[in-house]
Design a protein around this ligand. Structure first.
Ligand code: EPZ
Length: 414
């Protein structure tokens, strides 16, 4: 069944425990290849992107098994091999295998990572940085051939704080000779998590979470056991659901310190919030307030991954709001589906103008990518009538079980 059905219009009432972070576990799975031993990862989300990554790792000889939310990996008999085309091509995060395979084996062949509807997603920043560490990269018709028998530390300044390029540099520099200083590095919490994981394997990385990361290469990395942090984007999705559908919810285990920009926007929308320890109580006593101007930007700014869920919530907020998407070049695709529900949205380049309406109408909707699909779930839960959201598989790439979570929050889902 590649659709889910939501009966909208009832205010929320319930709670949800936040799953492990997709964008933390994916680079960590690549990093696990850098140890010849066993790696145990706890709190891994059961999402299709993790399943795809595990298939790719197996293509290089890594053994992997899932025991509930625990993943057990053994990269003892890793070989350069070749990633299964159908998986590596569909998933952007396979590009992080470049850094880790070069660090462990000194060579790698990787099919080009897929682009997607949100943008072309070039890898020029990755390639330029890895070359500075001594990698030779050849772009062949079917993919990228990389060799780096002797990675050497370097001073690298990224032209843009790319999350993936930062991760690739850290992955290779962890095993390079000498020190690497990475400037204009991404500051996302997922970078901090990757560096913490690598340090638990014996790496020597400082400054993660700031714009300058210092990596002193080491001879080898050893096995480790690590617990993946909760997913801030999944948490933010359900927080924005509260603004759209109203009612009262509790988020359990959300990484509240990573959600300051989102909480600020929700406060402006009139959503009441109270945190007790790792629990966040949210309630939206009536129609949320619009009149906001929000720009997406690198962490700690408002995350681009919550731009579509925010758009869905602002469709019903009283007043006119503006969203500027400054990270990806075409991440407003979901506006067309929202307009079919009665939303009033005007797109001009990287700017979306949203005039809140009193109500949205449920209908047959189509997800086209992960976060846009989540945004449709928010709109459907707040709309009048029943909605069917087709191409549910896009949503399953990042949300472990959105049907379970929405039901737990009081949404009527089939
Ligand atoms: C990561 O993608 C996330 N994915 C994305 O989440 C997230 O939207 C993005 O970071 C920004 O926060 C994972 O972590 C698996 P970037 P990544 O490199 O690393 C351009 C989701 O929904 N760029 O920071 O690919 C690029 O085109 C996904 O969970 C280059 O031009 O993001 C984009 O416009 C979607 N050349 C901008 O930089 C490069 O070599 C940000 O990309 C690399 C990037």
């Amino acid at each position: 069944m590649d659709y889910l059905e939501i009966e909208g219009g009832s205010p929320l009432c319930g709670e949800v425990r936040i799953q492990g972070s997709k964008n933390a576990v994916l680079p960590i799975l690549c990093a696990a290849l850098e140890s010849p031993g066993v790696t145990v990862l706890e709190n891994c989300p059961d999402i299709s992107d993790v399943g795809a990554m595990l298939e790719i790792l197996k293509g290089y000889g890594c053994r992997a098994r899932r025991e509930g939310s625990r993943l057990v990996l053994d990269a003892g008999s890793l070989h350069s091999g070749r990633a299964p085309e159908d998986y590596a091509g569909m998933m952007r995060s396979s590009i992080m295998l470049l850094g880790s395979l070069l660090a462990r084996l000194g060579e790698a062949f990787l099919p080009y990572p897929g682009g997607c509807v949100i943008g072309k997603r070039p890898i020029d920043i990755h390639l330029q940085a890895l070359r500075q560490l001594g990698a030779e990269l050849k772009e062949e018709p079917e993919g990228l051939r990389a060799v780096c028998t002797h990675p050497r530390g370097a001073r690298i300044c990224l032209p843009f704080p790319s999350v993936g390029a930062t991760e690739n540099v850290v992955l290779l520099a962890a095993r390079a000779e000498g020190v690497t200083v990475l400037q204009n590095a991404a500051r996302e919490p997922e970078i901090v998590e990757l560096c913490r994981f690598l340090n638990s394997m014996g790496a020597r990385i400082e400054g993660a979470g700031t714009g300058t990361i210092r990596i002193r290469g080491v001879e080898r990395l050893h096995e480790t056991k690590y617990r993946i942090m909760p997913d801030r984007i999944v948490a933010g999705t359900y927080m924005l659901l509260a603004a759209a559908a109203g009612g009262k919810i509790v988020l359990k285990g959300a990484p509240l310190e990573q959600l300051m920009a989102v909480r600020q926007v929700l406060k402006q929308m009139g959503v009441r919030q109270e945190s007790q320890g790792r629990e966040l109580f949210l309630w939206c006593p009536g129609r949320s307030r619009g009149g906001l101007a929000v720009c997406t930007s690198p962490y700690p700014g408002f995350p681009t991954d919550l731009q579509s869920p925010l758009m869905a919530a602002l469709c019903l907020a009283a007043g006119e709001s503006v969203i500027e998407e400054r990270i990806f070049e075409s991440r407003f695709k979901i506006a067309e589906e929202l307009a079919r529900m009665g939303a009033d949205i005007r797109i001009q380049g990287s700017r979306a103008e949203i005039r809140g309406v009193e109500r949205l109408r449920g209908g047959r909707l189509k997800a086209r990518e992960l976060r846009g699909g989540a945004a449709l779930c928010i709109a459907a839960a707040a709309a009048e009538g029943t909605s069917r959201i087709y191409q549910y598989h896009y949503i399953a790439r990042g949300y472990e079980n959105i049907i379970r979570d929405l039901k737990g929050l009081g949404v009527v889902v089939h």
